[in-house]
Every structure is written in structure tokens, then in C-alpha cells.
Design a protein around this ligand. Structure first.
Ligand code: PGA
Length: 261
């Protein structure tokens, strides 16, 4: 992997004016950073406007969700072709808040993934265990089931990022021990290799999400099998996100020196 990957999840926050002000500054600060793949997942409503502001920069704009069908009588839903038509390049799929509050299961996540791939939207698929599952010693079996069910549609031509986001770490300020993050990522990597082979696996980036902050991102990004991180709450504040980006890049550079320009 040549770039440090940073994605955001704004969830249900900010007005259009606040969003546009944020992005004008973000493009100035991080619109053309070598060694950084910055993916801003934001409320779908603002993607069209933000995609225009980001045009010409290296920032990719993404949605936080996607509907698995194309068109039809699905009141209030937004499909992959609709998102693509306003400049959306990436979609967050299977986030734990979608699973928790909207009862999304692995099978539905798999259908959303298929739809994104069919319409050229780059997927970031979130997987991860609950606190109860971890405490019951079921973390590995949960991750195995999620990899098996969510990724059924994949062919070896597909590209995606997988975000390991333990549900109990999201929005809590509590993260797993660093070796535990590494252990989960190694397990997911092995599952991908087992099912799809080593060549395919090298095209998949594994990202960590859940209470990532400027204080812990250097350590997390330095772990083996961690190709980047996702910022939720921190990403709503430009200063916090910027500091997080710097830490992520610093960790990545320490491990992967950039080739000459
Ligand atoms: P958090 O959210 O950083 O606020 O924990 C992460 C996420 O929802 O992906």
C-alpha cells in the first residue's frame, strides 16, 4: 500500500453552510497531500455541493450508507446510481450504527456491497463485534461470519477497504489494547487470504475505526496489518481531524518511506 488511508464518518451532523466552510478549509490544508488517501464520508445531502468544492483535489467524497437497489418505490432511500450522479465516489457500508438502529444484517450489507461495486462506488465495509460477543469469546467467530456473509459477492477483480470497528469502541473513547487491534486485523487478513488468495488480499486495505483521536492514531497506524484509520467524532472538528491526519501520515511514513518525487 502506497498511501496512508484516512476516512471520516460525520454521521448526522452539520448544516450545509457549516459543511461548505469546513471543506473550503480542508481542501486548502489537505487537498493535495502526497502519501494520503483522504475519504470524507458525510451526509448524502451535502455530497453534490462538497464534490464540487473538492474537484481537482485528491479528496474523495463518500456517503455513510447506500440502498441496495437502483430505483423504485423505496421512500426516503438513496441508491448507488443516485449517489454516483452527484459525484459520490465512496460508500460506507454496514456501519455498526446502521446495524444497531436500523437492524441491518450481514446479508443486507452484502447486497449493499454488490450494488456499490456494480455502480463504481468504492466500498468501505465495516465489520466488528459487540462487547457481549467479545466478552463471550466469540470475536473471531463473529468476524469469520461477517467476512463470509458480507463478502459473498466479491470477485477477484473487486477492490474495497475493510474497516474493523469494534462496536463497543465507537463513540465511547475506549479502544481495544493495541495488540488486540493487531490480532483482529491479522485474523481478518488471514480470512481474506484463505477465501480469495494472496494476490487479491494485497488489494484490500484494512482500516481501524472506533474512538480514533490524534492521541492514539500514531500508535494505531504503526500496527502491523493496519493500513489506515477512520475518524468519527474527531472529524467534525477541522483541527482535530488535521492533527489526526498528521499523526497517521507520520506513522505511515515511519513504516513506508516515500519514493522520490
Ligand atoms: P468515533 O466513530 O470515532 O466517534 O468513535 C467512529 C465511527 O463511527 O466510524
Amino acid at each position: 500500500m502506497n498511501n496512508c488511508i484516512v476516512f471520516t464518518n460525520w454521521k448526522m451532523n452539520k448544516t450545509l453552510t457549516e459543511t461548505e466552510e469546513f471543506f473550503k478549509k480542508l481542501v486548502e490544508l489537505h487537498g493535495d497531500r502526497r502519501g494520503l488517501e483522504l475519504i470524507m464520508c458525510i451526509p448524502s445531502l451535502y455530497i453534490g455541493s462538497v464534490a464540487s468544492l473538492c474537484r481537482g483535489s485528491s479528496i474523495r467524497v463518500g456517503s455513510e450508507n447506500i440502498y441496495p437497489g437502483n430505483w423504485g418505490a423505496y421512500t426516503g432511500e438513496i441508491s448507488a446510481p443516485m449517489l454516483a450522479s452527484v459525484g459520490c465516489e465512496v460508500a460506507l457500508i454496514g456501519h455498526s450504527e446502521r446495524r444497531k438502529y436500523f437492524h441491518e444484517d450481514d446479508e443486507l450489507v452484502g447486497r449493499k456491497l454488490k450494488s456499490a461495486l456494480e455502480h463504481g462506488i468504492f466500498p468501505i465495509v465495516c465489520i466488528g463485534e459487540t462487547r457481549e460477543e467479545r466478552d463471550a469469546g466469540r470475536m473471531f467467530s463473529v468476524l469469520e461470519r461477517q467476512v463470509e456473509t458480507c463478502f459473498q459477492c466479491l470477485t477477484t477483480e473487486n477492490r474495497l477497504h475493510i474497516a474493523y470497528e469494534p462496536r463497543w469502541a465507537i463513540g465511547t473513547g475506549v479502544i481495544p489494547e493495541y495488540p488486540e487491534i493487531e490480532e483482529a486485523h491479522r485474523f481478518i487478513r488471514e480470512e481474506i487470504v484463505k477465501r480469495y488468495g494472496t494476490a487479491f488480499s494485497t488489494n484490500i486495505s484494512l482500516l481501524y475505526g472506533g474512538s480514533v483521536s490524534p492521541e492514539n492514531s500514531f500508535a494505531i497506524c504503526s500496527l502491523e496489518h493496519v493500513d489506515g484509520v477512520g475518524y468519527g467524532g474527531c472529524s467534525l472538528d477541522l483541527d482535530c481531524l488535521s492533527r489526526g491526519i498528521e499523526e497517521s501520515i507520520r506513522a505511515f511514513r515511519d513504516n513506508h518511506p516515500l519514493p522520490p518525487a
